[in-house]
Design a protein around this ligand. Structure first.
Ligand code: FAD
Length: 411
């Protein structure tokens, strides 16, 4: 027990968005120490040449209320801007914007009937709020019934393969419906998304202010009290991947990994922000400077992203080899070495859960046992898609549960 008059000691494991938000919400009530094994910011860490840019593309949506509230609290809201961007498909080295009706009608790889089905499915998904009930249904089975075989083969399977690699066939329909609903936030000109001008690093920096962050891999033990790297704590808030928690009886979950190239180019690739790319070693091309102002960077920033498993060949390849393979593939789009200012390869082993059928059972409660709490990608606010907003909500909620348990706040 924490004795009267003493501030309780809480260890937060992981300085990603969940851990930092949890610590931010706890720090006025307890002595908080944050442990970070790798880099503060986690998946939202940035690379800073002479400006800062996220290692992995990031944008937000109008309904990301927790993120917006936190930005307001940290006096960063004035930097958040919204823009309608183009989205599209790349086939055989050609990028097709599919951002308005005319462009969609002109797209040569789907018949008119398939396009009508797709439009109907998208409109229906936009209104759908009941996707959780499809958790036990395979996405491919749900799609077969809803849109038919040809649209599944030509449109949805390439997207599922790009996003989940060898796990594509196992993905739940709930995830797909939620995802379509999110990505159908469009008007006639394209999709409206948000970004923090100057980069989300500002959010990470502001959250980290006044926090004690120790750059160490945390090893947790229980000897009466909880111990982290030999130091006693009254409670632990764990926000890192669940793989390392074998000492607790927690369901195993499968994580997917990401390989992401960030390129600074002398010229633009196209005017589309988000391109789903078929037949390339990367599944998406995201041209950040078709969204954020080019003048903030002075060069065109493009992400090439592939989602894979940690055992996959691409994940295990050296950065130089990945660079060569990606650059070679970009030649199809007319981009070669002379167009390149620089390129960096970033990998994330735990970039998100694989949303397999039945994933809802893997959602972890915040309280696991006395003094041990878990929050992050497997918490309820991050289902059925993990996001900055979901991680912030999970961080805030786990802090509230802990504070209530120890009667440090009464709500
Ligand atoms: C490619 C990609 C693109 C994305 N794009 C978007 C987007 O556009 N919009 C959006 O809203 N979201 C996006 N996200 C999701 C968003 O980045 C995440 O939901 C969020 O950053 C996760 O934060 P987290 O704190 O839960 O996890 P993490 O960021 O993974 O943080 C966990 C931290 O724990 C640390 N750690 C692990 N083990 C230990 C240990 N034993 N001791 C100490 N520290 C440890 C890790 O190093 C890590 O820093 C994207 C993610 C990826 C990978």
């Amino acid at each position: 027990m924490v004795s009267y008059g003493e501030r309780m000691k809480v260890a937060v494991i992981g300085a990603g968005l969940t851990g930092l938000t949890a610590a931010y919400n706890l720090k006025d009530y307890a002595n908080v120490k944050v442990y970070e094994a790798n880099e503060v910011g986690g998946l939202l860490a940035s690379f800073c040449p002479n400006y800062c840019i996220e290692k992995f593309y990031h944008h937000c949506f109008k309904w990301d209320k927790e993120l917006i509230l936190l930005l307001k609290d940290l006096n960063l809201l004035s930097k958040l801007f919204w823009k309608t961007v183009k989205v599209g498909f790349a086939v055989n080295g050609k990028i097709y914007s599919l951002s308005n009706i005319i462009e969609i009608i002109k797209y040569p790889y789907l018949t008119l009937k398939e396009k009508a089905k797709l439009a109907f499915f998208t409109l229906k998904s936009k209104k759908r709020k009941d996707y959780e009930k499809y958790d036990e249904v395979y996405a491919i089975d749900g799609l077969k019934i809803e849109v038919g075989d040809s649209l599944l083969e030509k449109f949805f399977l390439p997207l599922l393969n790009a996003k989940f690699g060898e796990n594509a066939q196992k993905i739940s329909y709930a995830w797909l419906l939620a995802r379509v609903s999110i990505r159908s936030n469009r008007n006639l000109k394209g999709e409206k998304i948000g970004y923090l001008r100057g980069g989300f690093k500002q959010l990470i920096d502001k959250l980290s202010e006044d926090l004690e962050i120790v750059e160490e891999f945390a090893e947790i033990k229980k000897f009466g009290k909880w111990q982290v790297n030999g130091e006693d704590f009254d409670a632990v808030v764990y926000t890192a991947p669940l793989d390392n928690l074998n000492f607790l009886q927690i369901r195993k979950i499968k994580y997917q990994s990401t390989v992401c190239a960030l390129l600074a180019l002398k010229r633009s690739l196209s005017d589309v922000y988000w391109v789903n790319s078929i037949g390339t070693p990367f599944g998406a091309i995201i041209e950040h400077t078709n969204f954020a102002p080019l003048k903030d960077y002075g060069e065109h920033l493009v992400y090439l992203v592939t989602y894979c498993s940690q055992q996959s060949e691409i994940f295990r390849m050296s950065e130089n080899r990945i660079r060569d393979i990606f650059m070679n593939s970009l030649r199809k789009f007319g981009i070669c070495e002379k167009d390149l200012n620089w390129i960096r390869i970033f990998k994330a082993k735990y970039s998100g859960p694989v949303y397999e059928v039945g994933f809802a059972k893997n959602i972890t409660p915040y309280k696991i046992s006395d003094g041990f709490y878990i929050a992050g990608m497997t918490s309820k606010p991050n289902y059925p898609e993990r996001s900055m907003n979901g991680s912030i909500k999970a961080g805030r909620e786990v802090a509230e549960v802990l504070l209530k348990d120890y009667q440090l706040i009464i709500k």
